[in-house]
Design a protein around this ligand. Structure first.
Ligand code: 26Y
Length: 821
């Protein structure tokens, strides 16, 4: 009967094997003897899915019944990482599956490797969204994640002669076993056209949008399993399809081929993730993507998630739309359009509700990363939304004028519409005006956001601004990525830490236990071997046996200062080969990099080449052999991070103070027992406060000093002239020593450093080298280093994304989980 409960297959080896073979036979249509690795992987994924299905359906049902307030997380990016292991851990199936597969002669590890991770994000912001939905599911908080199902995620990076070459990310080609498409539930989204005034049946003057074209949004649902709590939330990603209108055009047009091409035009909207993550170019397709997914999502929530008779005046009791940066901010005028044009509400009534439904998270401090849309472009694509934005701005500025009579300059500064260099909409201002709350992503960032980025707004609405320091999920970044450490922790303090990470504190006394330190070192050594084996297999890279592993992994950006790290390596190299430094006097080090550059970002791509070329020279030089090794495996992604981070001894977090909003890699390293060398920036500040000064290598200018130096006039060449160590390192690069004698290849990097150096690499160089000397000294005392590493783990529980989610609930959402807290 239709209400029969869906039940999961038996939680046992036999239950699993039976189901797996059924999937192989009836799902994949192959016998075990004839099955490919991909057949086996797909059958396994579908089997594991079955163990989650009953929980998922039950979660959806309970959520409908409870009518509780939900979070709708709106994000253009979700950098999910592989799904299989996460699902196994959530269902506690790993051992059963390992044993069951082994009985069929299949290795689980082989099937794991078959999965291509969904890379539907660029970096920190996308990975944060994935951590947040994981935590909300684990905490039993009603949440639906909305985003875009890009057909091509972040590009695959390869190196040719050390230079980055991008390849398409074809993550869907071998099958997508984790998604549930619902073409029957497609939503229509309109674009273009014009607006017109008319008088409605009640004699009221109204506006309506007469769009020119439309596309369909097809929802693809993904399971977001909570950690062993019987709950599965939903991530709904939208894919663009042509509408009937497009099909009709095909039949009515003589130009059949052109018409079919027009169909592809519609489908282009969700085709590819933009690989830029800080310099938004005003690309029309990007705006189409943004409006596409928020229009689908609001429509979906209002029409499908809410009950049919729901009174939208109560919307704020049922939903909070959390805006992940400005990318989904066009949702604000979209909700206004629905309420005012479609539901025929008064403007003020609609605005009062809208203002309670949104909250905005800012992820940057770089002025060039703040999105603005030229009015001409926005008006062409979304003419009604532009009118609505103008009206919001007019009303807002009228209010400001009342509070500050005669303050023309202030009005110009605060206007949502910028006039120069071109008339455009400042999306961060729109989000701030519309949002009930605005938050930064680390304590320092939130402070600078108030003081530097949005000072007029924080003066106007002091209570609107708050901070929620980022976090990362311990399920993926400790339990899944570091099973050996997880076992050690659980043996010591029990399993409760995985859902209550503050409990890692209970490990603190063990830092003074010699036996525990020995075990902790064994875990690190094991993880290094695991990494070594992976890099050998994956890239043919050989790691030296026993060396400090010094890791810098993150997107390539000038403000993150990979160049400072390169100067450190070149300086060590130069001092060794010139006879100044005895290579046996320093602990052997492996410098590992991972970084993708935006394809159009010249300086970043050149820096990648420089790292690779320095690596080639250093690794081939017998004079430094064993002492210095540089590795740069291509295509750094979530999957590689899961093996790289647990092996690290030293975490490089060396951005210029005041530029990195938070960082989340920094948290993952600390939680896996690496010590940080870092500036006073982003969440580094909080990491250092918590782990203690003596367990963190701090260096460099602090933000007010950066500010003062830049204001006074910064001259990088003076550092070059006055510091011989620095001069020798830069000269070596300039000499062409890393480009086969060609001085031109890296000339742009050298001249940028000497004459511009926007991010004060030269100003921080000596302080960085001094801090690295402190690292070397500390590393020589093995017991003390291990003690610090253990304390880093024990004191980093604060950086769980579960804690971040509780903070959002307390400070922003005011929703409550279905289950008691
Ligand atoms: C508009 C487009 C060009 C764009 C696309 C992606 C702009 C920005 C981004 C992504 C930004 C991002 O990843 N920011 C990072 O967010 C992390 C999570 O809050 C922070 O930890 C990190 O410091 C910040 O750089």
């Amino acid at each position: 009967n239709s209400t029969a409960p869906v039940t999961a297959p038996q939680h046992s080896v036999e239950g699993f094997v039976k189901e797996f073979l059924r999937e192989l036979h009836f799902g994949q249509g192959v016998t075990l003897e004839r099955a490919s690795v991909n057949d086996e992987y797909l059958a396994l994924a579908r089997t594991v899915r079955e163990y989650l299905m009953a929980r998922w359906l039950e979660t959806v049902r309970r959520q409908r019944d409870a009518q509780a307030k939900s979070v709708a997380y709106l994000s253009a990016e979700y950098l999910l990482g592989r799904q299989l292991d996460n699902a196994l851990i959530a269902t506690d199936m790993t051992e059963i599956v390992e044993e069951g597969l082994a009985s069929l002669g299949i290795e689980l590890s082989t099937l794991r490797e078959q999965e291509v991770e969904p890379g539907l994000g660029n970096g920190g912001l996308g990975r944060l969204a994935a951590c947040f939905v994981d935590s909300l599911a684990t905490m039993s908080v009603p949440c639906i994640g909305y985003g875009i199902r890009y057909e091509y995620g972040i590009f695959r990076q390869t190196f040719v002669d050390g230079f980055q070459v991008e390849q398409a990310d074809t993550w869907l080609t071998l099958g997508a076993p984790w998604e549930f498409p619902h073409p029957e539930a497609a939503v229509t989204v309109h674009f273009g056209g014009s607006t017109e005034r008319y008088t409605d049946d009640d004699g009221v003057e109204r506006t309506r949008w007469v769009p020119a074209w439309d596309v369909l949004g097809v929802p693809y649902n993904y399971m977001v399993p909570g950690y062993q709590n019987g709950r599965v939330n939903t991530l709904r990603l939208w894919s663009a399809r042509a509408t009937k209108a497009f099909d009709l055009a095909i039949f009515n047009s003589g130009e059949y081929v052109d018409a079919v091409r027009a169909q592809t035009f519609a489908e282009n909207i969700s085709k590819v993730l933009y690989p830029e993550d800080s310099t938004p170019q005003g690309k029309e397709l990007r705006l189409q993507q943004q409006y596409f997914f928020v229009a689908c999502s609001i429509r979906d929530f209002v029409d499908n998630v809410l009950p049919a008779d729901f009174d939208l005046h109560n919307l704020p009791d049922r939903i909070i739309f959390q805006l992940n940066d400005t990318h989904p901010v066009i949702a604000v005028p979209e909700l206004m359009r629905i309420l005012v044009d479609e539901k025929k509400w008064d403007w003020d009534e609609a605005w009062a509700v809208t203002q309670k439904c949104f909250a905005y998270t800012c992820h940057t401090l770089l002025p060039e990363a703040l999105e603005v849309w030229p009015v001409a472009l926005l008006g062409k694509l979304l003419p009604r939304h532009l009118e609505i934005i103008y009206r919001i701005n007019d009303d807002f500025l009228a209010e400001v004028a009342q509070r500050y009579p005669g303050d023309e300059l202030r009005l110009r500064r605060m206007s949502i519409i910028a006039e120069y260099p071109e008339r455009s909409v400042r999306m961060a201002f729109l989000a701030t005006v519309a949002g009930a709350k605005v938050n930064g992503v680390a304590a320092l960032h939130s402070q600078l956001l108030r003081d530097k980025v949005l000072p007029d707004f924080s003066e106007y609405w002091p209570d609107k601004f708050t901070n929620v320091t980022n976090g990362v999920t311990p399920r993926r970044f400790v339990r899944l990525a570091n099973p050996a450490l997880s076992e050690l922790i659980t043996d010591a303090i029990g399993p409760g830490w995985l859902t209550d990470l503050a409990r890692l504190r209970e490990m603190e006394p063990l830092a003074d236990d010699a036996e525990f330190r020995e075990k902790f070192r064994a875990v690190k050594a094991h993880n290094k071997q695991r990494l070594s084996a992976l890099l050998q297999r994956r890239d043919g890279i050989t790691l030296p046996g026993d060396a400090m592993l010094d890791v810098m992994v993150k997107r390539l950006h000038e403000y993150k200062r990979q160049t400072l790290k390169v100067l450190h390596i070149v300086s060590l190299y130069e001092r060794i080969i010139s006879g100044e430094l005895d290579p046996t006097s320093i602990p052997p080090r492996v410098f590992a990099f991972g970084a993708k550059a935006a394809p159009g970002y010249k300086m970043a791509k050149q820096t990648i080449a420089l790292i690779n070329h320095v690596g080639r020279v250093v690794n081939d030089d017998p004079r430094v052999k064993g002492a210095l090794t540089v590795v740069f495996p291509p295509n750094y992604n979530v999957t590689l991070a899961e093996t790289l981070i647990p092996a690290a001894d030293l975490s490089e977090q060396i951005s210029l103070a005041g530029k990195e909003a938070s960082g989340t890699g920094n948290m993952k390293f600390a939680l896996n027992g690496a010590l940080t060398i870092g500036t006073d920036d982003g969440a580094n500040v909080e990491i250092r406060e918590l782990v203690g000064d003596e367990n963190f290598f701090l260096f460099g200018l602090v933000e007010p000093e950066v500010d003062a130096l830049v204001t006074a006039g910064y001259h990088p060449s003076s550092y070059y002239e006055e510091n011989p160590t620095l001069r020798r390192a830069i000269d070596r690069i300039a000499s062409g020593a890393f480009a086969g004698g060609d001085r031109t290849v890296f000339e742009p990097i050298v001249s940028n450093l000497l004459h511009e150096d926007r991010f004060l690499v030269l100003a921080d160089f000596q302080a960085y080298l001094d801090a690295q000397d402190r690292v070397d000294a500390a590393y020589r005392d093995t017991e003390a280093w291990t003690r610090s590493a253990i304390l880093n783990v024990a004191r980093s529980g604060y950086f769980s994304s579960d804690r971040a989610m509780w903070d959002y609930i307390d400070r922003i959402w005011h929703s409550q989980p279905l289950a008691a807290r």
